[in-house]
Each structure stands twice: as structure tokens, then as C-alpha cells.
Write a protein that binds this ligand. Structure first.
Ligand code: COA
Length: 160
């Protein structure tokens, strides 16, 4: 049973993330999608809201579990018995940051491997900030995120 962990901020989840999860599912028996903390980011959605959106978006995938963790991702990977950490590489610009993180995680725990997967090229320009910005100005985000995210973004813009 090979399990991997796919950590991210997921604020909110996009079709680009789901593309990576599908690719990971083709390679591993189980994918744990973890809402993790990037301390430099201020988030629009709470951890609970992000987990809820992921659960709903991934409900048709049998071998995916969604959880959250506030701490070092290698510790959580060990806790859940994962053999590796999945990260997406969308463009060369992602490489430097991802390379540093992968090497640091290797230093912290030599047994946990980082596996990079590339999403479909139609998602190379996509990120959660762009989605949040579009939604804030009533732009159409339907091509980029699942329905639950569209609804949650609408609720947020009503609240603010
Ligand atoms: N499709 C669309 N967008 C994607 C994507 C894909 N396939 N892959 C990444 N992105 C986007 C995300 O939406 C996000 O966009 P945003 O910056 O606008 O929010 C951005 O790319 C990168 O986000 P993410 O993959 O969520 O990484 P992150 O840098 O926010 O967080 C953590 C990475 C949470 C995994 C990392 O901070 C972490 O491990 N934290 C725990 C503490 C720890 O262990 N630190 C030591 C690491 S050295």
C-alpha cells in the first residue's frame, strides 16, 4: 500500500490541484490531501472551509483522504505513513521555491521523497490568488474551480 501526501494551502482548491491529485492517484494507492499552513500567507477561507471544499470536490475519488495539519509537513507525512510528498510544477518559475522546499524536507527527513508532477498545460497560469481576485471583481471563475468553490466565493463576497 503506497500512500502519498499532497500538501498545499488550497485557498481555494482549483482544477489545477485536482489535475495533480488525479495524476498522483494513477501512481499511488492512496493520496492524502492536506491543508497545511504556509506562515507567510493570509487566507480568505478558514482551514475548515478549505477542507470542506476539498471533500466535496473530491467526493467521487475513492482513494483520496482530505485532512489538515499545522506543523512540519514531513512530520505529518510520517504520521500518516506516506512514502512521499507530491508537489505540482506548473512552470520554470515554480522550480526554485519547490527545489528549496524539497531539499529542506529531505534534510528534515531523509526517508520522505518529494515527487513532482506537472498539471495539464492549460493550468500552468492558474493559482488560487488569481481565482480569488477574479471572484472579488465578479469575474467568471467557472472554468477554474469546482461548483462548491464558486458558491463559497459568492458567499464570501456577500459577507465582505
Ligand atoms: N494548479 C493550480 N494552482 C496551483 C497548482 C496547480 N496544480 N499548484 C500550485 N498552485 C498554486 C496554489 O494555488 C498557490 O497559489 P497562491 O499562492 O495564489 O495561493 C501556489 O501555487 C502555491 O501554493 P501551494 O502549493 O499551496 O504551496 P504553498 O507555498 O502555499 O504552501 C506548503 C506549501 C503549505 C506545503 C508549505 O508551506 C508547507 O509545507 N508548510 C508546512 C510547514 C513546513 O513543513 N515547512 C517546511 C517546508 S521547507
Amino acid at each position: 500500500m503506497k500512500r502519498v501526501i499532497y500538501p498545499g494551502t488550497f485557498d481555494p482548491v482549483t482544477f489545477g490541484h485536482i489535475d495533480i491529485i488525479q495524476r498522483a492517484m494513477d501512481l499511488f494507492d492512496e493520496v492524502v490531501v492536506t491543508v497545511a499552513k504556509n506562515p507567510v500567507k493570509t487566507n480568505l477561507f478558514t482551514v475548515e472551509e478549505r477542507v470542506e471544499m476539498l471533500n466535496e470536490s473530491l467526493k467521487d475519488f475513492n482513494n483520496v483522504i482530505v485532512d489538515s495539519f499545522d506543523g512540519l509537513i514531513v512530520d505529518h507525512a510520517k504520521q500518516v505513513g506516506a512514502v512521499g510528498i507530491i508537489r505540482g510544477l506548473r512552470a520554470v518559475s515554480d522550480f526554485e521555491y519547490e527545489f528549496q522546499m524539497a531539499l529542506m524536507n529531505r534534510k528534515l527527513s531523509n526517508g520522505i521523497k518529494t515527487i513532482f508532477l506537472m498539471p495539464h498545460e492549460k493550468y500552468t497560469y492558474l493559482n488560487s490568488t488569481i481565482v480569488r481576485n477574479l471572484a472579488q471583481f465578479d469575474g467568471d471563475v467557472s472554468g477554474f474551480v469546482p461548483e462548491i468553490v464558486i458558491n463559497k466565493l459568492k458567499e464570501k463576497s456577500k459577507d465582505t
